[in-house]
Design a protein around this ligand. Structure first.
Ligand SMILES: [Zn+2]
Length: 278
């Protein structure tokens, strides 16, 4: 996406960093769609069609659930007044020695961000309250001006990026997902088929492999949120009952669920890829 390459979205209604996952999960293009129960299909073909249709039903249900989570996230309430949330964000960055720039974007100031970071259009989603992100190259964390609480999660990503190679691996693994289907298909050509069921290891475990590939992202997203919640919790010592952790935890839970679902969908997508290329 323009020169913003490392973008973490808390809301996936308009996913860009997950675009490759979504692309792959375009079930409507499945050749099995609508052909379930075709006449004259052999036993094994019928079985394949049956599992393809079932996979598709599961995938569609998961997509609906993900949309529901996103909607819940969009309706989320603030855990504190905006000024307090911004103060907590600043403290969180200072305490962790981060050089990160914190930006709060709205329709009026988004052009200033576009100019400064030479990224036309990159802040539109944030400006309308539908996204927040951390960019490690620019060392920039942004959230909508109307929802500053979203930035705590992004600062969580910023902290993760300073925590050594394992954490950085978790953080960056998502950018390699685009090549996963091709890599699996190519590897699969060299895998021996089991005499028992005529399937290779990859064909048998495609779903698990797909989910496992997304697991680092799920873990890193969860950690980013936990760091944000921890900062808000510590701030209770200063702000007392002006802070209500429940809505923050709820928001971050729904955001995290969209990532868990993406992982499940990637697993299903891998399984479908294997079925389609059998
Ligand atoms: Zn995130």
């Amino acid at each position: 996406m323009l020169n913003i390459q490392q973008q973490y979205q808390i809301n996936r209604q308009q996913p860009s960093q997950n675009a490759h996952v979504q692309q792959h999960l375009s079930f409507k293009n499945s050749p099995y769609y609508g052909s379930y129960g075709a006449e004259g299909a052999s036993d094994s073909a019928a079985k394949t069609l049956g599992s393809a249709a079932l996979l598709q039903i599961i995938a569609m249900s998961l997509q609906t659930l993900s949309q529901w989570c996103s909607a819940k996230l969009m309706q989320g309430k603030a855990f504190a007044e905006n000024d307090i949330a911004r103060n907590i964000a600043k403290d969180m960055a200072v305490k962790n020695n981060l050089k990160v720039t914190l930006g709060y974007v709205d329709e009026a100031n988004k052009y200033l961000f576009e100019q400064r970071y030479n990224s036309p259009g990159a802040f539109n989603e944030v400006a309308r309250g539908a996204n927040a992100f951390f960019n490690s190259k620019l060392n920039l964390a942004v959230a909508p001006k109307s929802k500053p609480y979203l930035i705590l999660h992004e600062i969580g990503h910023a902290i993760n990026s300073t925590k050594g190679p394992v954490m950085r691996f978790l953080q960056n693994s998502r950018f390699k997902l685009a090549s996963l289907p091709t890599a699996l298909l190519i590897t699969n050509m060299f895998m021996p088929k089991s005499p028992k069921d005529g399937e290779t290891f990859i064909e048998r475990n495609a779903g698990k492999i797909g989910f496992a590939a997304f697991l680092p992202t799920i873990i890193e997203e969860g950690l980013a949120s936990l760091r944000g919640i921890k900062a808000a919790k510590q701030a209770k010592a200063v702000y007392g009952n002006k802070i209500n952790l429940a809505p923050l935890k709820k928001n971050y839970f729904f955001a995290w669920m969209t990532y868990v679902i993406s992982g499940l969908l990637l697993g299903i997508g891998m399984k479908q890829t294997m079925l389609e290329n059998k």
